[in-house]
Design a protein around this ligand. Sequence first.
Ligand code: ASP
Length: 359
Amino acid sequence: MKTKLFLKSLLVILLIIAITPATFSQDKKLPNIVILATGGTIAGEGSSATGSSYTAGKIGIESMIDAVPNIRKLANLTGEQTVNVGSQDISVAVWITLANRINELLAKDDVDGIVITHGTDTQEETAFFLNLVVKSEKPVVLVAAMRTSTALSADGPLNLYNGVAVAASAEAHGKGVVVVINDVILSAHAVKKMLTTPVHAFMSPEHGQLGTANFGLVEFFHEPHGVHTVNSDFSMDGIKELPRVDIVYGCADMSTDLIDIMIKAGAKGIIIAGVGDGNMNKGTLEAAKRATASGIPVVRATRVPVGAVLIHGEVVDQDYGTVSSDELNPQKARILLMLALQKDKDMSREKLQELFIKY
Ligand code: ASP
């Protein structure tokens, strides 16, 4: 009887030992993630739960974290308020502050990843800039929301939850800067805001999504396109500001003096959001030729939402000294040109074209 009891107790003890590692693994040290908050609709407050009028950048980072159930189970979180603005007011100065802080944080052994809360309007630009100047393989994730924190069915809390899950995941290492929104993971190179107000506004029409984040379940399916982060030729070394680069929007019968006006105002480079395949009317082409002849680079992007601009398509770039933006939309092409000019203000047309193909 005693032996039976002993054997039974032994079995129970063995069982406890067998299940203990699983129990411990749930308690294992969580990754340390820093959330840098910049404002946007995710931190916005509306006049009512169903009204469309609101002010972006009202809620502080601590309240945002506290509004997300179970988020502290994913990671040890620290929040920093970088700025609190609508992303229409994000400036080069904010990019520089963010990039320097991210590089500083990610160099620390006790920081495993970064989440940036941001407005949706210029989110792809901040993501692309950081993708070129962050020097770490650790995850950097931008999250945003299409609905304010006070709206009916606010999307911010789940986006933040998924963003932290991606930043805390081993799979996100080496993927460059990513955007997590509406359950998808999109690369900084490919992400575009395609719709003005619905929650599925963000897509990567040329390359598709890198993966999904579903209530914290992170899955990556693809590698990002383009060189980024630790392999980028760019860095924050010595960057205090960036040269002015302006965007000219193409249309039928467009004013042909816009390029000259911008250069007169101080632009060191011009991006054309051209019609079709980076096209523009004759007068603007002549203005582009004048600009490139005087050493001001002109890059042909397109106002068409999806697709690359062909090098030597209907416009033969060599004839005008212009460069094709390849896959970069005008706003991302502007960032690459600013960084390129900051590195070498006399960069040759050929070298510049190589950069647009590479990034
Ligand atoms: N204007 C807002 C912003 O970009 C829009 C948003 O976040 O959805 O900050």
